[in-house]
Design a protein around this ligand. Structure first.
Ligand SMILES: NC(=O)C1=CN([C@@H]2O[C@H](COP(=O)(O)OP(=O)(O)OC[C@H]3O[C@@H](n4cnc5c(N)ncnc54)[C@H](O)[C@@H]3O)[C@@H](O)[C@H]2O)C=CC1
Ligand SMILES: O=C(CO)COP(=O)(O)O
Ligand SMILES: [Zn+2]
Length: 348
């Protein structure tokens, strides 16, 4: 008997382009959301666009957070309840969006995603990535009801945020390989559509790499469209697997070892060089990943991340412990193998 079923949740309105922030209130109106809008943001995004958002609504309330954590989620939930919020508007980078996404799930209300940086593919996804102690949770949460990505704002953001977004997409190559491996070895459920969309998104971004240049709003457009597409792949799959494999485990471990040292996207990009080497060997496609990262101006070495070689080795050898997700790291990379892989690829 056929007994499969799936529930794919996607945003209803996705607005991408120059000046679309001014259409935020219209996009919200279209969703029939009611009650008081509650803005979740962090200091810099609030300075950049907080007033422009508040000006579009009657009687908005807001809270400012600094980190993505369960404490931040609780703070947002408490502040939103106290303000009698009807729905949330997340304005900022990945940490703000992840926090608001989880808080809206907890509050059982809708939320709208307003990214101020094209730095990560959680803009649209139905997951929140939240660290806790020695582990990292990929928490299922409803995706945003609408996304309003203003390329004028994204293009003004520091360039490294955009190169981080590119690297988060380029890492889809290795994430999909890890997912397929886990499917073959551990019978982990694999979505052909989710995998193909994630891979195609990375291919399209790499094909456009030479047009991704600082100071061009067109670049923000190309990158944010890829980030949306990658988030949709996660929603189709119902897991972050299409966009998060061993290179993400490595990055999450770096976040524990040297918090705040480098951007998420930059860390996963460097991780992908090493994990691609582990997948396909000396003559494999790790050079393609390294060259694609280099072409968009993302880091390709530990030095460019500002992280010392020994920390890279520690992250590589312990990354498998961070979460129960089978990848090319298996039950752990031996230290000599980690040195060989990171050394051969020029990461250290
Ligand atoms: N839920 C999901 O599916 C995904 C979640 N993530 C998570 O997202 C986070 C990474 O996101 P990021 O945006 O890289 O980090 P982030 O949220 O820490 O932002 C990086 C910095 O950029 C600043 N910023 C944002 N917009 C700016 C602007 N226009 N001008 C100047 N500064 C600006 C922020 O204030 C922050 O200081 C990680 O925690 C990662 O795990 C990443 C990918 C997918
Ligand atoms: O960063 C992500 C995808 O790019 C989300 O992945 P995680 O599930 O590893 O948090
Ligand atoms: Zn990521």
């Amino acid at each position: 008997m056929f007994d499969k079923s799936t529930w794919i949740q996607l945003p209803r309105n996705v607005l991408v382009g120059h000046g679309v922030l001014d259409e935020l209130a219209d996009a919200v109106d279209e969703l029939y959301l009611t009650g008081r809008p509650f803005l979740v943001t962090s200091p810099t995004p609030n300075d950049i666009a907080g007033d422009a958002v508040r000006a579009q609504f009657d009687d908005p309330a807001s809270v400012t957070i600094e980190t993505a954590s369960f404490e931040s989620v609780e703070r947002v939930v408490a502040a939103a309840e106290a303000a009698d919020a009807g729905y949330l508007v997340a304005l900022g980078g990945g940490k703000v969006i992840d926090t608001a996404k989880m808080a809206s799930d907890s509050l059982d209300c809708g939320f709208v995603s307003v990214p101020t940086a094209a730095s990560h593919d959680g803009i649209v996804s139905g997951r929140s990535s939240i660290p806790e102690g020695d582990t990292r949770h990929s928490v299922a949460a409803d995706p945003p009801l609408a996304v309003v990505a203003d390329t004028a704002i994204l293009a003004e953001a520091p360039w490294e945020l955009t190169t981080a977004g590119c690297a988060d997409i380029i890492s889809n190559y290795t994430a999909v390989k890890d997912w397929q491996l886990a499917h073959r070895l551990k019978n982990v459920e694999y979505s052909e559509y989710g995998g193909a969309l994630s891979q195609m998104t990375a291919e399209m971004l790499v094909d456009s790499a030479e047009s991704i240049k600082p100071g061009l709003e067109e670049s923000a457009w190309v990158v944010v469209k890829a980030l949306v597409s990658s988030g949709v792949a996660m929603s189709i799959a119902g897991t972050s697997r299409p966009a998060s494999g061993a290179e993400h485990l490595f990055s999450h471990q770096l976040d524990r070892l040297v918090p705040g040292r480098a951007l998420h996207g930059h860390q996963v990009g460097v991780g992908a060089i090493v994990t691609e080497y582990l997948h396909s060997g000396e003559k494999g496609e790790w050079r393609d990943i390294r060259d694609a990262l280099g072409e968009v101006g993302a880091p390709t070495t530990a030095g460019e991340l500002g992280i010392d070689d020994e920390t890279i080795i520690e992250a590589l050898t312990t990354a498998h412990t961070i979460r129960d997700r089978y990848t090319i790291l298996g039950d752990g990379l031996r230290e000599d193998a980690a040195r060989e892989a990171a050394g051969f690829t020029g990461v250290i």
